[in-house]
Write a protein that binds this ligand. Structure first.
Ligand code: 4NP
Length: 170
């Protein structure tokens, strides 16, 4: 069994934290998407889903308006408030998903003693078409970039949930 997998029950829900730089575009999008999928599957009591940023620039803000418009177009709501990733998150969550290699590096730096490497993964490890392995930062671009990010995260989160579903014990 992969080290981040375990039996998932109502008493011990699986905890996922999606991480990008600002916590206003990419990670709130996949957080909202994952919440949406888990509800569709009737598994909301088996998962705890959150997101965070490696930087504090936007702490307290809701998701970026272009991320929200894109998600809403696909029937997905983005409930997040930006916060900065903390050391305690590494202890608390079962799986921490970095959007790109810079996020991955920053998360790994927070893991000073290298205790949590098994649960820090790249989101596009779950993408059937991973390209260069990074979810591109859409912040400075137009709507097409946000749609591209949504499609990448839609594919990747589908794969991730289908892997985790196997471990849900009803
Ligand atoms: P995110 O996008 O990491 O997907 O939330 C960004 C948001 C803000 C900034 C950069 C990326 N920024 O530099 O403020």
């Amino acid at each position: 069994m992969k080290p981040y997998l375990r039996s998932i029950t109502r008493a011990n829900p699986y905890k996922l934290c999606f991480v990008c730089l600002g916590n206003i575009c990419r990670s709130p999008t996949v957080e909202g998407l994952f919440i949406h999928r888990v509800r569709e599957a009737g598994l909301e009591n088996y998962f705890y889903i959150d997101s965070a940023g490696t930087a504090a620039y936007h702490v307290g803000e809701g998701a970026n308006s272009k991320s929200q418009a894109t998600a809403n177009k696909h029937g997905v709501h983005l409930p997040s408030r930006a916060r900065k990733l903390e050391y305690a998150d590494l202890e608390e969550f079962d799986l921490i998903l970095a959007m790109d290699s810079e996020n991955f590096q920053n998360i790994s730096q927070l893991d000073r003693k290298g205790k949590f490497g098994d649960k820090i993964k790249m989101m596009r490890d779950f993408d059937p078409n991973p390209d260069d392995g990074n979810v591109p930062d859409p912040y400075y671009g137009g709507m097409q970039g946000f749609e591209n990010v949504f499609q990448i995260l839609d594919r990747s989160s589908k794969e991730l949930l289908s892997e985790l579903k196997e471990y849900v014990e009803k």
